[in-house]
Design a protein around this ligand. Sequence first.
Ligand SMILES: [Zn+2]
Length: 221
Amino acid sequence: MYELLNDPLTTSLISRSGKNNRIVVGVPHHAPLGTHKLPTLNKRSADENAGLVGIKLAKILDCSFIIACNYSFDVNKFRGSDYFRIIKHWQPQILIEIHGHGNGNAKYDIEISSGNIERNYLAQLLAENLNSINSFHPDLAKYSISGDFQKIYFQATASKTINTDEWLSLHIELPLTLRKPCSGTDKTANNLSDLFCYNLAESLKKIFESNNLNLGENYAV
Ligand SMILES: [Zn+2]
């Protein structure tokens, strides 16, 4: 699986049904580090290394995941894509989609959306929780976070997997520094991406609990 994730030339769809399939982590635009563009017609930006973050998060949550690698079309924009159809088949209660930004359009380091203003309460709640948990770690506290639909750039309104009433959704845009293993001598910085994943999982568990989401017996918060 990790070989495929790090192969810049192979298109693949990697999915695994976890213990808890009411929660699904999706990554539609994964490419390995160093592959800046996907082989789509308009050469859209790849979400470098986002698949590794998605797998890490799914492991912590013990839930299902699906990752589209080096795809030649934009899988979360089409209801007919294999990516969409597998998620629909799983019938999750919530989809957490991990993305990566880096072209300077984002207004915050981490932007969270549920696809439209009416259903964005969950995104706002996650942003507040994550901000509060990250504030305890100086290296993470410096990352700005917003789930305010009217202020963020990545609203995900065109994403069929996010802007839907079939399940709850959270579209999470991350900067490259939280997606790649950091180099350097600072041991804390080396693990920043891992630490962020744990904080994200903790924040998600908190909002699931506070919203009384019925996520199945196997999921203990
Ligand atoms: Zn993306």
